[in-house]
Design a protein around this ligand. Structure first.
Ligand SMILES: Cc1ncc(COP(=O)(O)O)c(C=O)c1O
Length: 342
């Protein structure tokens, strides 16, 4: 049996999604537009409560388009110190847009609005301009934590009072929506631009959206072109994205429930622990605190038994639940852990 808990990006499109992709109406999106891409962009923008959206290949590109559209070289980017845009995008903010970063320690991904206010640069010729504040919902590095709406509002208020735009890395915004019951557009209202991944838990094989106001989208379109992210008959993959957004958001609740079950199973083994309170969404970081056993070694032993997980650090494994794992895979994990740890 194979149980792949490495990421919610490992899902394969279901038969209905493949059929929708095969039947998609397409055009050259660069020359005259692709009707299926246009429909996805419209639906995504409506869900997020923004003027419009652009379909792009990845979450990283969506975030980097926001960086390029909001800032100028030499500007500063304020973000939580473990934010995806700072830690997991290969230094793109500096390499592509000439940004330097101000990193703030957060609490489960939430920035302290007072710290953000203190980090904003004055309008002084010797200082860099503060170009952008970036927030992340859900926060990946802290294990899929949902950043509270009130916190996002407070951060936005501080940034906007200084005339600084806020970008929300909403790769897993849909997970926050389902876990909290807060509407996507309410979270998105706390940011000027928002990215959303259709391939993280929502079941599409590829694709993200970057949404925002009309004047931002004009600049964003240009940056997308500069990054080579404008696609041609992309309706084939946009059709999957449309289905992901229309049909696969509510079911994320199943993944969140499964993550709680997984955490309970893991906690049954001495020397393995999950963050207090358990997982809020579908990511489960597991501390490995057993004498002589590191996270990589445990991942390798699980791998030999068909259970695939990711070692985030020498002492932390990450499990992710998604539509292609079920209770049977949790039982497989439990059996495998019992064999390895007994
Ligand atoms: C919070 C967050 N933002 C952005 C991304 C980047 O997405 P992609 O892998 O599609 O570039 C990820 C990927 O896991 C993520 O977790």
């Amino acid at each position: 049996m194979e149980s792949d808990f490495r990421s919610d990006t490992v899902t394969r499109p279901c038969a209905a999604m493949r059929a929708a992709m095969a039947a998609a109406e397409v055009g050259d999106d660069v020359l005259d537009g692709d009707p299926t891409v246009a429909a996805l962009e419209k639906e995504g923008a409506a869900w997020l409560g923004k003027d419009g959206a652009l379909f792009v290949p990845s979450g990283t590109m969506a975030n980097q388009i926001a960086m390029g559209a909001w800032t100028r070289p030499g500007d500063e980017l304020i973000a939580e110190r473990e934010a995806h845009v700072l830690v997991y995008e290969a230094g793109a903010a500096g390499a592509l847009h000439g940004l330097q970063s101000v990193t703030l320690a957060g609490h489960k991904g939430a920035l302290d609005p007072a710290q953000v206010a203190a980090a904003l640069r004055p309008d002084f010729v010797h200082c860099p301009r503060t170009g952008l504040v970036c927030v992340e919902q859900t926060h990946m590095a802290s294990g899929g934590s949902v950043v509270p709406l009130e916190n996002l509002r407070a951060v936005a208020e501080v940034a906007r009072a200084a005339g600084v735009a806020v970008h929300m890395d909403g790769a897993r915004l849909a997970h926050a929506v389902v876990a909290s019951g807060v509407a996507a557009r309410d979270y998105a209202a706390c940011a000027d631009s928002v990215s959303l991944c259709l391939s993280k838990g929502l079941g599409a094989p590829v694709g993200s959206l970057i949404a925002g106001p009309a004047e931002f989208l004009e600049r964003a379109r240009r940056v997308r072109k500069q990054l080579g992210g404008w696609m041609r008959q992309a309706g084939i993959i946009a059709a999957a994205g449309r289905m992901a957004l229309a049909e696969n958001v509510e079911r994320l609740a199943d993944d969140h429930l499964l993550a709680k079950e997984l955490a309970a199973v893991v906690e049954g083994f001495s020397g393995l622990g999950v963050p207090a309170g358990g997982p809020e969404t579908n990511l489960v970081p597991v501390r490995v605190e057993r004498e002589g056993l590191g996270a990589e070694q445990l991942a390798a032993s699980l791998g030999e038994r068909g259970v695939r997980v990711m070692a985030l650090s020498p002492a932390v494994l990450r499990f992710v639940t998604h539509r292609d794992v079920s209770g049977e895979n949790i039982a497989h994990l439990q059996r495998s852990l019992a064999q390895i740890l007994s």
